[in-house]
Design a protein around this ligand. Sequence first.
Ligand SMILES: NC(=O)c1ccc[n+]([C@@H]2O[C@H](COP(=O)([O-])OP(=O)(O)OC[C@H]3O[C@@H](n4cnc5c(N)ncnc54)[C@H](OP(=O)(O)O)[C@@H]3O)[C@@H](O)[C@H]2O)c1
Length: 311
Amino acid sequence: MRALQITEYGDNSVLTIADVTLPHPTGSQVLVTVEAAALNPLDAALRSGYAQALMPLQFPATLGGDVAGVVAAVGPDVTGFSVGDRVYGNAYTLLGGSGAIAEQALVQARNLAAVPEGLSSVDAASMPVAGTTAVEAVDHNLHLQAGQKVYISGGSGAVGSAAIQVAKHLGAHVATTASGDGVDLVRGLGADEVFDHTTDDFSEHLREFDAVLDAVGGASLEKSYGILRRGGTLVTVIGELDQAAGEERGLTLVRQAAQSEEVLRELTGYLAAGVITPRVGATFPLEEAAAAFTALETRSVRGKVVISLLS
Ligand SMILES: NC(=O)c1ccc[n+]([C@@H]2O[C@H](COP(=O)([O-])OP(=O)(O)OC[C@H]3O[C@@H](n4cnc5c(N)ncnc54)[C@H](OP(=O)(O)O)[C@@H]3O)[C@@H](O)[C@H]2O)c1
């Protein structure tokens, strides 16, 4: 079967489509016939080597985490999945998978869930990483309640847009940032206050917020401490925390680096109920994986970039 692999770090020139044979699943592995795999910012960081200090790859490495497809075989310890089930989840090699961007992938059963009824494989593949990140942050780290005020940076992105939808579902007041056509997008998701980060500074307008979900980092994160009320909570999924700024204001600070396993099932509930709607920007065949990475890195596509393995 064909797989998108690299044997060294670099730009898109290191991407190759290799012929790979996967072993029969053992233990709690599930062999998935991949129908779609989505790209995340992490995939470009893994390919380039930017993330290698924290997340070194073993070469040859099959890229990709977000995956959707059909169960082809299960290991002896797998319960809850059978051959023919439609599944989606996370096939990152860092999480014990074999990599998503391939015609077949081995995935740990704990990193898989049933595709919600009516969701296409392309839509399902677009959700696991960004969706679980948003659900973990809003439900488990911010513990957001109805009537609370939350600021979500990068609301037009994959994590931010899922977080806005969950926060509005919970009855929170949502302020967010976006630019260009992202401004209309986040308004359409129900955001109550929208700031174009290219022309306006959210921190000059927001005060006494209960919660912040930072999906941008850098200067945006630095300005977020000052908008929180004493005792508020700040979660970042990308930036470095300023503990002194947090202590000064009595904040709870969380650097969210990974998601707990049950969150994929919670995401499935939100997708099944229509609380979170997938947003796919472009689909590429495996042969055009380099173009897919370019679309991701140049941010030329609004919405998720998905590689379809269905011919
Ligand atoms: N910790 C984890 O487990 C985890 C999991 C998933 C993702 N992440 C990280 O979370 C971040 C967001 O991921 P994603 O998949 O949502 O990315 P994405 O879809 O590319 O979204 C990026 C967002 O950032 C906004 N943005 C870009 N530059 C900005 C700036 N200078 N000021 C304010 N906003 C800016 C964009 O807004 P406009 O395009 O509208 O300008 C967009 O909304 C990435 O850094 C990713 O690596 C972490």
